[in-house]
Write a protein that binds this ligand. Structure first.
Ligand code: SAH
Length: 388
């Protein structure tokens, strides 16, 4: 039927899902939906409220809608597609949620309570770290998320639903959002920006744009694109190396978009957005923790007035990398600070769990045989390349 094919655009339907997800639809799209079945535009407004404000989980609940509309929605649309597979942690600590997607794959979402500091700041905000893809294609050598490669993009609805489900489960509103879970958000640009639009909108989830951070491994062209996106979201750049030789060793994306190109795009960003950029810099023993890297990092950060978050590496099962000892971490921080840069070094537990995002899903999918247990082989190949 025409109305259905019109609304079944790729933007809202995930693979093998026959019903269209409502959780990322905009008011305009809902007006169109209502018009297709000869319902008045005010029905769209009612539906919008049921979806985002009242968080209805079934069409039966939507008592203000006509019975025909309810039946039509029931047949063609869905309200939820994620199920809780596992929850770790307790109310006062960081809580890690493993969600099962409709196609049997898994993603992680991490809730960091207000009392735990995150991204260098201790605030009174509840931060949620969301995933944007199943797996990741960027193959950063230290990261668990990309160990089994890339499976698929999440839809905007699957991104929005992570917030909605966690708010329901925890009974708390999320007021700070970071795209630092599994995946490269800028490689899933359209779905991520659609999700951000819904998450930010007053008719939607209503999280301030300044409290939404997109973290990227350095996709220069998409950084420029996001710079022109109208909402004032924040950018975190996963730098992890202050020179091309160091960065090339651990982040293959750097060969495609080397530091010169990357920093051009960051300069472009600073010309378009008001908020300062944050550099994320994992400290990995013997790889990127030298005084020279600290000095170079300070120079790069100063040039853009960027803040630096240093994160002692969290070991990943099966990978050979380690964090440097505490005196080395402190010296690195002090060298960056003496270069005139705002720098934080965070060793908090909350972040440990968040940064290890990807490990829980990896274990679950390996145990279930969805992905092969290939980590020992990967470890051997990384060790071999280190010894070259
Ligand atoms: N692809 C995006 C977002 C996901 S990763 C990006 O690269 O920014 C979120 C952050 O966690 C990144 O800074 C990433 O480099 C970091 N990270 C990944 N594995 C980590 C580990 N084992 N220890 C500490 N930080 C890690």
């Amino acid at each position: 039927m025409l109305w259905h094919s019109l609304l079944m655009s790729d933007s809202v339907t995930s693979p093998a899902q026959t019903k269209t997800a409502l959780l990322s639809m905009t008011p305009e799209e809902l007006v169109e939906l209502a018009a297709q079945i000869n319902e008045k535009p005010y029905r769209a407004k009612q539906l919008l409220e049921w979806i985002y404000k009242k968080r209805a989980e079934s069409f039966e609940e939507m008592t203000s809608l006509s019975k025909t509309m309810q039946a039509f929605l029931e047949q063609n649309y869905s309200l939820r597609s994620l199920t809780f597979a596992r929850v770790e942690g307790s109310k006062d600590t960081t809580r890690k949620y493993l969600f099962k997607l409709h196609d049997g794959r898994f993603v992680e979402t991490v809730l960091i309570p207000a009392s735990v500091s995150f991204a260098g700041e201790r605030s009174n905000r509840r931060t949620l770290c969301v995933s944007s893809q199943v797996g990741c294609a960027y193959d950063c050598k230290f990261c668990a998320s990309g160990l089994a490669g890339f499976t698929r993009n999440l839809t905007a609805a699957e991104i929005v639903e992570q917030i909605v489900q966690v708010e329901k489960h925890s009974g708390e509103r999320v007021d700070n959002l970071v795209f630092m879970g599994m995946g490269e958000p800028l490689a899933n640009y359209n779905q991520v920006t659609r999700a951000i639009t819904v998450l930010n909108a007053h008719w939607g989830v209503n999280i301030g744009a300044r409290h939404i951070t997109v973290s990227t491994s350095g996709l220069a062209p998409q950084i420029k694109k996001l710079a022109e996106f109208p909402l004032q979201v924040r950018l975190a750049l996963s730098l992890h190396g202050a020179s091309d030789d160091v960065r090339n060793q651990i982040m293959p994306v750097n060969r495609k978009h080397p530091l010169d190109e990357l920093f051009d795009s960051l300069t472009f960003w600073t010309q378009h957005k008001k908020q300062k950029i944050t550099f994320e810099y994992i400290l990995i023993k013997g790889v990127n923790d030298s005084d020279e890297q600290a000095r170079l990092l300070a120079k790069r950060a100063r040039g853009l007035e960027a803040k630096v978050n240093l994160i002692p590496y969290n070991t990943v099962d099966g990978l050979p990398w380690e964090r440097p000892d505490i005196p080395t971490q402190d010296r690195f921080r002090d060298t960056v600070a003496s270069g005139g840069v705002v720098v934080t070094l965070r060793r908090e537990k909350g972040h440990d769990i968040a940064a290890a995002c990807g490990q829980l899903r990896l274990k679950e999918e390996t145990d279930l045989g969805i992905i092969p247990a290939m980590i020992p082989e990967k470890r051997r190949s990384i060790s071999a390349s280190l010894n070259d």
